[in-house]
Design a protein around this ligand. Structure first.
Ligand code: NAD
Length: 435
């Protein structure tokens, strides 16, 4: 089966590389010439652990090809995955422009019977819109399929190669059997492929992200309350997470969720719901709570330091989470904006996201080569992303480098009592009750 993946971002690149890894001939097509030229030389546009090896190996063995010639990539395909971006429109709904552009191209350039798979996260009804757009020009039969992607940036290869489950919406036996064959190597340990109707598959993706975002906002608000009532959110988290009905994942409080998916998918679902006259009040609050949470680090810093004007603030961690260089909707960007607007200067460190931050912010902040370099002469340290390398630092060195021993820890990396014992003025999320 010849596979074409259109859109070579986080999702398309991972899908293409993993399908090539299991022996399929795969063409990845994208309009971005720089990206494709880089990939042809095994230079990846993103940081994703393990992905570079997959790309290099499969490209070297001729199973994985990269092109900007979208029509040719469509013409040679038996199965096409649409993995282009679906950014939020001004009103929060998913902007389907790229998806429909691709559908139009598929209709014009298809040369064989096709299975067309929407991999992008798209609202219910999109597969039908894609089918209509393809159908305007189609000269061959085609079958629609919705196959939402659940990979996590930073663990994307593992998530694709060993998924918890694969969700596939189909409306024909042909699409069902093609997809079952394609995914068979990834579910050999018995993890399920869950076949369903197409609208349910489209909805499943949004419901999954909405649920995860809800857990995060819920815990952030519980953490904020813990601070007021003298409780410790770490204890509360363990106490509720060990309940089999609740489970331990996604209960860590922090500086608010970011990334390319949760913020935009929550907004899009809220928008769809209000258009349908079925308000999702819980999710509206989830989003509102998250916006407020992104401002808490600044508030905590001000509580410890007073007015930040003229102060130099060090930040550890810029990416929206560890093991990625993705800065979309990162909490660090909100903090940096607030600091700069209040007259502070910022010096930041991140193991991989400084290049991407510089692309966005240029010289508005300083970039430190190493984590300790950021601290020299700084008035305080704020930890935004929980990279492993920040977990066990040399506190003596930190104290010596900082002008005042102030740390705001947005990820609860350190023990509160120990930090106070070491003489730090230390704030974290939901644990002040312990001191
Ligand atoms: N990033 C994630 O972790 C993740 C996880 C699950 C699902 N998703 C969903 O997958 C989709 C893609 O996300 P992403 O993060 O990979 O996006 P991205 O922005 O990183 O990549 C999208 C790519 O599509 C290309 N593109 C746009 N229009 C095109 C066209 N007409 N023809 C060819 N290429 C075109 C762009 O040049 C870009 O390289 C989104 O709907 C997203 O919500 C993302």
């Amino acid at each position: 089966m010849n596979i074409t993946v259109i859109g070579t971002g986080y999702v398309g690149l991972v899908v293409g590389a993993c399908l090539a890894e299991t022996g399929n001939p795969v063409v990845c097509a994208d309009l971005d010439q720089n990206k494709i030229e880089g990939l042809q030389r095994n230079i990846l546009p993103i940081y994703e652990p393990g992905l570079d090896d997959f790309v290099e190996r499969n490209q070297g063995q001729g199973r994985l090809k990269f092109t900007t010639d979208v029509p040719a990539a469509i013409g040679s395909a038996d199965v096409i995955f649409i993995a282009v971006g679906t950014p939020p429109d001004e009103d929060g709904s998913a902007d389907l422009r790229h998806v429909i552009d691709v559908a139009d191209q598929i209709g014009k350039h298809m040369r064989r019977e096709l299975v067309i798979v929407t991999k992008s996260t798209v609202p219910v009804g999109t597969a039908a819109k894609v089918a209509a757009a393809v159908g305007v020009h189609a000269t061959r039969p085609f079958h629609m399929c919705s196959n939402p992607e659940f990979l996590k940036e930073g663990a994307a290869i593992d998530d694709f190669m060993k998924p918890d489950r694969v969700v596939i919406g189909v409306d024909s036996d042909h699409a069902r059997s093609v997809m079952a064959e394609l995914y068979a190597p990834f579910v050999r340990t018995g993890k399920p492929i869950i076949f369903m109707d197409i609208p349910s598959a489209e909805m499943t993706k949004y419901a999954a992200n909405a649920m995860l975002a809800t857990r995060i906002s819920f815990m952030n608000e519980i953490a904020n309350l813990c601070e007021r009532v003298g409780a410790d959110v770490d204890n509360v988290r363990k106490g509720i997470g060990s309940d089999g009905r609740i489970g331990p994942a996604f209960l860590f409080p922090g500086p608010g969720y970011g990334g390319s998916c949760f913020p935009k998918d929550v907004k899009a679902l809220v928008r769809t719901a209000s258009e349908c006259g079925v308000p999702l009040r819980v999710l509206e609050s989830v989003e509102e709570a998250n916006e407020a949470q992104k401002r808490r680090l600044f508030g905590k810093l001000r509580a410890l330091l007073g007015d930040v004007r003229g102060h130099r603030i060090a930040i550890w961690g810029l990416a929206f989470k560890p093991n990625t260089d993705d800065m979309r909707e990162a909490a660090s960007l909100v903090l940096i904006d607030e600091l700069l607007a209040s007259g502070a200067s910022v010096v930041a460190h991140d193991p991989v996201a400084m290049h991407e931050t510089r692309r966005r912010l240029g010289d508005r902040i300083e970039y430190a080569k190493g984590s300790y370099d950021a601290l020299t002469g700084a008035d305080a340290l704020v930890i935004v992303t929980d990279w492993n390398e920040y977990r066990h630092p040399d506190f003596g060195r930190i104290k010596q480098a900082l002008k005042t021993p102030v740390i705001v820890d947005g990820r609860n990396l350190y023990d509160t009592r120990k930090m106070h014992g070491l003489g730090f003025r230390y704030a974290s999320i939901g644990r002040e009750g312990r001191t």
